[in-house]
Design a protein around this ligand. Structure first.
Ligand code: SAM
Length: 286
């Protein structure tokens, strides 16, 4: 490996040499701990057969390890001020950097053009201001990605992983758990970043299902039901859904819940994806 970028002295030296000023709005908190990076790569289970998509290489601290461990890496970085730095820090032949906004990327095109039929994994320390949109883009685009291993804000990781009935469980937990099996691997203290963020982080692995774990007849209705069920958290599912989603009739929902044996005054936070699938499938049949 070239100069270890995660060494705090090296990171500071590079930032100074290139007069790079960190942009808070882009979530630029750079990692300065080699073992956290090693553990992230281990959690992702990267092998020489894998192709990796990285979002936000920063100065290239994690990217170095990805290039050493994987077959090929495509990194997407929005900040063009990092181009000159990358010329020095990332001299890897198995790396392609695209300077653009990840949210605008055609992932299917990148995967087919760059990776062909290889295994594809997403591994990244992603910018926290768009954590959920980034993860949802990968899942909703339904691209051929095996798993997503990301370092994200601890509280967000807990929400992704939480089971029904727990304090952190919400619409995003149910939606993520429909597409993938999320598992927090370890907590990352805020002290291992320059500059230090205000919150701790976690590395979470989301193994993407080839087929969703529940049978859903109408996905739009299923997602609307989830959205509605958590729209007004303290209310029963019937009142919350009817207060948020126009397409779902209050009386019809009450009838469906009763027919399926649910207490109509149940709240969304008690229901898992199996329940939302059953209820939305029954609504779809009406
Ligand atoms: N991977 C590096 C590390 O671990 O030290 C940097 C991680 S830093 C938390 C997030 C990186 O994402 C920054 O380099 C930032 O410029 C980049 N970024 C922010 N928004 C982005 C976007 N919409 N698309 C691509 N990259 C983005």
């Amino acid at each position: 490996m070239n100069k270890k970028l995660h060494d705090p002295g090296t990171t500071k030296e590079i930032l100074k040499k290139y007069g790079f000023s960190l942009t808070k709005g882009l979530g630029q908190n750079f990692l300065i701990d080699g073992s956290v990076i090693e553990n992230t790569c281990d959690a992702a289970g990267i092998t020489k057969d894998d192709c990796i998509i990285e979002i936000g290489p920063g100065i290239g601290t994690l990217t170095q390890f990805l290039c050493e461990r994987a077959n090929k890496v495509v990194s997407i970085e929005i900040d063009r001020d990092l181009i000159e730095i990358h010329k020095e820090t990332l001299p890897y032949e198995n790396l392609k950097i695209i300077y653009d906004d990840f949210m605008k990327m055609d992932l299917e095109k990148i995967i087919s053009e760059e990776f062909g039929d290889s295994n594809v994994k997403v591994v990244a320390n992603i910018p926290y201001y768009i954590t959920t949109p980034i993860v949802m883009k990968i899942l909703e685009d339904r691209v051929k990605v095996e798993s997503i291993t990301v370092m994200i804000q601890k509280e967000v990781a807990e929400r992704f992983q939480s089971p029904p009935g727990s304090k952190e469980y919400g619409a995003i937990s149910a939606v993520i758990q429909y597409y993938a099996n999320p598992e927090i691997k370890f907590i990352v203290p805020k002290t291992v970043f320059i500059p230090q963020p205000k919150v701790d982080s976690a590395v979470i692995v989301m193994k993407i299902y080839e087929e969703p774990p529940v049978d859903v007849k109408d996905e739009k209705l299923f997602f609307n039901l989830i959205k509605g069920a958590f729209g007004q958290r303290r209310k029963t599912i019937i009142n919350s859904v009817s207060g948020t989603i126009r397409d779902i009739d209050k009386n019809k929902l009450k009838e469906v819940l009763e027919n399926l044996g649910y207490n109509p005054s149940i709240r969304g936070e008690k229901l898992g994806i199996e329940d939302f699938a059953k209820i939305s499938n029954s609504l779809a049949e009406q």
